[in-house]
Design a protein around this ligand. Structure first.
Ligand SMILES: C[S@@+](CC[C@H](N)C(=O)[O-])C[C@H]1O[C@@H](n2cnc3c(N)ncnc32)[C@H](O)[C@@H]1O
Length: 399
């Protein structure tokens, strides 16, 4: 059963979905067996390239990959690992020893992606890629409309969830210990918090939205950042959210109600130019290479073409956004990817074409210098423990 599930993941099905389906079809499994199945599917899904290296071939079948995982990475003695993995009769394969020769094999990444990270991050690439193989923390954002971070931590403790404050966002709590069922907690239903990576929280905070202002979240999705903007505005002023995906906007409205936001205005069509917004956030659609640790197999779901897919769209969206900001207003451009073509290059081209905008230091006065690189926000798992994010803060001249 594990081999069948692993084969589906290797063929491109999403690991999370394959696991759910397999567990549904095998309801008789004990708790321990379910956990073992999950470990096998996720870890072979993640480590497939490194396991192939250990086996000395890149066409190994699931039982052999599982054997290499158990014996080579988890240290289970060879005969036991072979029996557990079901590799059949005969002596189990001898695994390659010594360090894998390339970053792609060491970090179990497709070659194109390892090469890309090496180009982007230079000497930091090894550390960055190693951190993509460690699941990120579960991070919560306190909803200041309903509570404070300290009061939320206390409330969660009473519900059996231990947390500690995050290091970067003043609203962040990191869950400690085993993964709790957050969706069963009354405090979530009461809108006291949202699940949101700390880097993502910083993007919303960079907008520095204030009560009474006109603020637009132009790529709002299901509202992760809209909710934060609304809380910063103390639910006072004009907060608009646009996204071309109507289902995401429906979810946004439900979440806004739970969070106590009464004034979010959902725009189902793009706003017309000359909106005169005080602040516009562009949380752009992107290649999402900054959140690869959120799924064991995400890295295998796209190819090198993804690197050039988004810039034209991002450039269009940013140009449109520039028209929506009033003189003296602020424009924040953000992505969750590590790709200069989608980050620095987009901003540089925008600024070259729009002399009325200038780059300003992100989070002046409150954002730690460790989160700023070359006047842009840059956070990443190996440096900050967050997913990787990029942001630029721009202001339009008053004249
Ligand atoms: C990174 S996601 C936004 C996530 C969201 N801000 C959050 O915090 O949950 C990018 C969003 O851009 C939207 N999008 C795609 N094309 C767009 C366009 N032309 N204009 C505005 N938004 C667009 C996508 O539907 C997607 O929801």
């Amino acid at each position: 059963m594990a081999s069948e599930a692993i084969a589906q993941v290797l063929a491109g099905s999403a690991a999370e979905r394959v696991l759910d389906r397999t567990l549904r079809d095998h309801r008789h499994l004990s708790r321990g067996q379910r956990q073992a199945l999950k470990e096998a599917v996720f870890n072979v899904g993640l480590w497939r390239r490194r396991l192939g290296f250990l086996l000395g071939r890149d066409d190994a079948t699931p039982p052999f990959l599982l054997y290499a995982l158990l014996h080579g990475l988890a240290g289970v003695p060879a005969p036991e690992a072979a029996a557990l993995a079901g590799v059949g009769e005969g002596p189990p394969p001898v695994l390659v020893t010594g360090e894998a020769p390339t970053l792609a094999l060491r970090a179990s990444l497709p070659d194109w992606l390892a090469d890309h990270f090496a180009r982007e991050l230079g000497p930091e690439a090894e550390d960055f890629c190693a951190h993509l193989n460690v699941p990120g923390p579960i991070t919560l954002r306190a909803n200041p409309l309903r509570t404070s971070r300290d009061a939320l931590a206390e409330r969660l403790r009473s519900e059996g969830v231990t947390t500690r404050p995050g290091s970067w966002s003043p609203l962040a709590l990191l869950v400690e210990g085993p993964r709790p069922n957050l969706y069963g907690l009354p405090s979530l239903r009461e809108g006291l918090f949202e699940v949101q990576d700390e880097g993502s929280q910083l993007l919303g905070l960079l907008v520095e939205a204030r009560p009474g202002e006109t603020v637009l979240d132009l790529c709002a999705g299901a509202g992760g950042k809209t909710l934060l903007l609304g809380a910063e505005m103390k639910d006072a002023g004009r907060l608009m959210a646009h996204d071309p995906d109507p289902e995401r906007l429906d979810r946004l409205l439900q979440r806004a109600a739970r969070a106590g936001l009464t004034r979010v205005q959902v725009l189902r069509s793009p706003p017309s130019p000359n909106l005169g917004a005080d602040r516009v956030l562009v949380d752009a659609p992107c290649s999402e290479l900054g959140s690869l640790r959120r799924g064991p197999d995400l890295r295998f779901h796209s190819g090198p073409e993804v690197l050039a897919h988004f810039p034209p769209l991002q450039q269009d969206i940013l140009q449109h956004a520039g028209d929506l900001v009033r003189p003296g207003g602020r424009l924040v451009y953000a992505t969750c990817t590590v790709n200069r073509a989608e980050n620095e290059d987009i901003v540089t081209a925008f600024l070259a074409s729009r002399p009325e905008f200038r780059l300003v230091r992100p989070g002046a006065g409150w954002l730690p210098a460790a989160c700023v690189r070359d006047e842009f926000l840059f956070v990443a798992p190996h440096r900050h423990g967050t997913d990787a994010f990029f942001a630029a803060v721009m202001e339009r001249s008053a004249g």
